[in-house]
Design a binder for this molecule. Structure first.
Ligand code: FAD
Length: 494
């Protein structure tokens, strides 16, 4: 994968899906494709690809490159970083056979055959963080700064890298390279003295105190912190099939957008629609417009949202500024509900909107597996928590970020709250382990939002105060880069 950081190789399957069709021989089309590749690549320019695998006897490919490595966002193998086998896998200093065995999915790492924790007076408490996104980064940093005594700490998350969503529209617009918004969780987890397990949580049993993983493993815990975020709600759009690009999981979205753009630069007619008029939908529509019109001035970009969903929660002045910007950039705005069909979107006002690609930024839906967990949830399935972020039904489960619903107040689902709740969550996990008093997360009355416009300008929206310009984008750029730098810069977290 062009933009894959850390020298990871893509699988032959995904390589195949990214290749240009062989029939494309026109020099102009090839030039456009090369321009797109070099523009959007995550590689530092001039950096070469990993060396090809050596050919062994009989044409059999030998060496680590012979092993098909899935891209990291699909990698479901548990990673236990400090084990000999894993380290040697990565340095490639061992025999192929050993490498193959070492990279096989390991059996469940549990304390008893059924995955339950066995307790005893000197037993370490197992604390599991589920989800390696915005809310849990501060917890990992806290553990790295100050060990959490008498605990065994785990992070279970679907991908080794987590993307800072605030920079995603900028990546789409070509302002950022992929490696500028991706945070590698492995060094953070190592520093925190924790275990990293790359797998999806697919079930939770609060009676047995176990998590079920997509790898088939079941792991027991004493204390659980949930921050796996929400899922993109695509219930009305699924018929679009390949044309649909849900914005979450972000890694998959980035891969599929790259594939779409590579294919698109070879054709002449392009229609992109973004479904969802929240901050993310507006930013993505503007970012997509910048990206696509760089190659095709006549490309059609549309934003579809119910009127009441257009930047809801923002001041009318912020909505007006955004409307002006969409009009200036010739992005068609449709105030309607959208339903997916095979060739595009059918709108509730009767119009049909043909689209080659529909980006779904339709808001968060609670993960389905929560419904069977036994945890108290609200009517939409989000975890019910108090101000101390403890589950209202089970005091050994804490939760933060997009997966929660506060029982004491309304709190919008946003990265700002996920990030700001992080240090309080870290303190409260410590307090539960130590048996001390928990803190409360009380957000400020007004939240600062900076909406990227895809052209190095941004809208500032803070209560009734609204501003627009390049200076706003420079502030946003500084804030975003500082955040990512806090978790990626080896000098700062080393
Ligand atoms: C394009 C876009 C732009 C945005 N811009 C802004 C912005 O400018 N400002 C703002 O405040 N908010 C913004 N948001 C919203 C913000 O991204 C979310 O509110 C925030 O990410 C929520 O944090 P979280 O920790 O709950 O979840 P996430 O940050 O989504 O992290 C979830 C983590 O859990 C992992 N995971 C998911 N499912 C599972 C599973 N089943 N098992 C194990 N691991 C799992 C994921 O890989 C990920 O690492 C934006 C969102 C999008 C999509």
């Amino acid at each position: 994968m062009d933009w894959l950081p850390c020298g990871q190789r893509q699988s032959p399957r995904s390589q195949g899906s990214r290749q240009a069709p062989r029939s494309v021989r026109h020099p102009a089309a090839r030039r456009t494709q090369q321009a797109w590749r070099s523009h959007h690549s995550g590689r530092v320019s001039g950096q070469s690809l990993p060396p090809p695998a050596k050919q062994g006897r009989g044409g059999v490919t030998r060496g680590p490159a012979a092993l098909p490595r899935p891209p990291y966002w699909k990698d479901s193998r548990p990673v236990v970083p400090w084990t000999r086998s894993q380290q040697e896998c990565e340095t490639g200093s061992i025999s192929d056979e050993f490498l193959r065995n070492a990279c096989k999915v390991r059996p469940a790492i549990t304390t008893s055959p059924n995955g339950h924790r066995t307790t005893g007076p000197n037993m370490k408490k197992r604390v599991i963080l589920a989800g390696g996104g915005h809310a849990h980064l501060a917890v990992l940093a806290d553990w790295a700064a100050r060990p959490l005594d008498n605990t065994e700490r785990w992070l279970v998350t679907s991908s080794r890298h987590t993307a800072y969503s605030g920079m995603l529209p900028g990546w789409l617009a070509g302002v950022y390279r992929a490696n500028e918004l991706l945070i590698d969780l492995k060094p953070l987890v190592e520093k925190a003295g924790a275990r990293l397990v790359i797998s999806d949580v697919v079930g939770l049993d609060v009676v047995a105190k176990t998590l079920s993983l997509s790898s088939g493993d079941e792991i027991g815990f004493d204390l659980l912190s949930l921050a796996t975020g929400g899922e993109t709600d695509i219930s009305n759009l699924a018929t679009l099939r390949d044309r649909l690009l849900p914005v979450r999981p972000v890694g998959t979205f980035m891969e599929r957008w790259s594939t779409f753009m590579e294919r698109t630069v070879l054709t002449n007619t392009v229609g992109i629609a973004v479904a969802g008029g929240g901050a993310a939908g507006v930013e993505l529509a503007l970012g997509a417009e910048t990206a696509i019109r760089r190659f095709f001035r006549n490309a059609r970009v549309s934003l579809v949202t119910p009127r009441e969903g257009f930047l809801s929660g923002h001041a009318p002045q912020a909505r007006t500024r955004a409307l002006d910007e969409l009009a200036k950039r010739k992005i068609d705005l449709h105030f309607a509900q959208a339903a997916g069909t095979e060739g595009g979107l059918l709108l509730s006002n009767g119009h049909f909107l043909p689209a080659d690609c529909v980006i779904a930024a339709t808001g968060s839906r609670a993960p389905r597996w929560l419904a069977r967990s036994g945890l108290a949830c609200n009517e939409n399935g989000f975890v019910a928590v108090g101000a101390d972020m403890r589950s209202s039904s089970h005091d050994f489960v804490l939760a933060a970020g997009d997966i929660i619903d506060r029982i004491d107040r309304n709190l919008e689902r946003s990265g700002v709250h996920a990030v700001k709740a992080g240090p309080v969550l870290a303190a409260n996990l410590r307090a539960v382990v130590g048996g001390t008093e928990l803190r409360q997360y009380q957000p400020r009355r007004r939240t600062l939002y900076l909406l990227a416009l895809g052209d190095k300008r941004a809208i500032l929206s803070w209560g009734r105060i609204v501003a627009i310009g390049n200076w706003v984008w420079r502030i946003k750029d500084w804030i975003d880069r500082s955040f990512v730098g806090r978790y990626t810069d080896p000098v700062r977290h080393g």
